[in-house]
Design a protein around this ligand. Sequence first.
Ligand code: NAD
Ligand code: IPM
Ligand code: MN
Length: 354
Amino acid sequence: MAEYRVVVLPGDGVGPEVTDAAVRVLQRLDIDLHLQWHPFGGSAIDETGVPLPESTLAACFDADAVFLGAVGGPKWQGASVRPEAGLLKLRQQLKLFANIRPVRPILSVAATASPLKPSAVEDVDLVVVRELTGGIYFGEPRERREEDGDVVAVDTCVYRTSDVRRIAELGFSLARRRRSRVISVDKANVLETSRLWREVVTEVQGDFPDVALEHQLVDSAAMRLVTHAREFDVLLTSNMFGDILSDEASVLAGSIGVLPSASLGAGTFGLYEPIHGSAPDIAGRGISNPVGAILSAAMMLEHSLGRPELARRVEAAVQETLTEGVRTRDLGGAQNTAEVAEEVAARLGDDKCQ
Ligand code: NAD
Ligand code: IPM
Ligand code: MN
């Protein structure tokens, strides 16, 4: 029996390409992994009629970690069951309430690939802590037809004190291991849920007096993220704001293709995926950037597999690869997905013989 069981969900679009790349890197490490592939997303809809088959969910419950590519695409856009619904159900069922999205641009990469000035990107090291199983994503969307035939679409946004408390505690604990600064982002000038968010986050800060807390409204926070990104250490926010702000933050790094994420719950179990989607515009050509997926694998090594030293080695190999100019075209490079993965893997050496 292998030491660690990892369920791999390649998904749709570029999902399988970047997943293959990350698996290739993982397989170069001296770690006893049992990998098991399962259908998920649009490809699972095609195969079984549902995006999250029971057997896939059961395998995830049985695993030490789940590694995911991406789901969705134009093929399933108008369908009654959508691939994205499977992802939301998976996060909810596995109780993964915290989505951690670190943003640490490599200056030489950002200098050529980001539209921002190098001075705006220099020394940026932030992490988005996004609430993942509540808020407007998990209200009760309903549709109703008015008497005059008008259709009304409804999304409700619900947050409980306990939801906010647990994500805030995680955000403050993380900040303590970093630069001890939390910027909590909300829309308290308009939303009731944001006023509760602000109140509870302020209360939680009482247990972390050594961590500085600032509240900021999401609209101006979106601006500050590109004008003064260095000021962010932990950016703590709700489900939808975190989704949007993390894609914005990827501009600091040069491409959405390089940002990883970890979705965590109470224990060491986690789900790891790049923050990008299935990128239908470039899928199937082997040109997608595998770095976000590879760095997600590094996060998995650290959080779920208890091997932080291997995580550091993978991160160093990625940094060297990109710094040397081995990059996919979203970063202005000429290499394809597999070539970048191979270069990262080669830098890990023949680990298994050591
Ligand atoms: P996207 O992230 O898929 O793509 C946005 C842009 O970034 C595109 O131009 C794409 O080519 C580029 N891009 C994304 N990943 C890249 C990579 N690894 N390398 C190079 N370029 C990359 O966002 P979208 O187009 O808005 O969404 C497409 C589909 O993906 C939708 O169905 C959406 O629901 C889904 N999606 C899934 C996830 C997930 O599975 N976690 C995340 C986001 C979006
Ligand atoms: C992400 C994606 C998902 C989200 C979608 C596909 C449901 O955008 O993981 O960032 O909004 O959480
Ligand atoms: Mn997103």
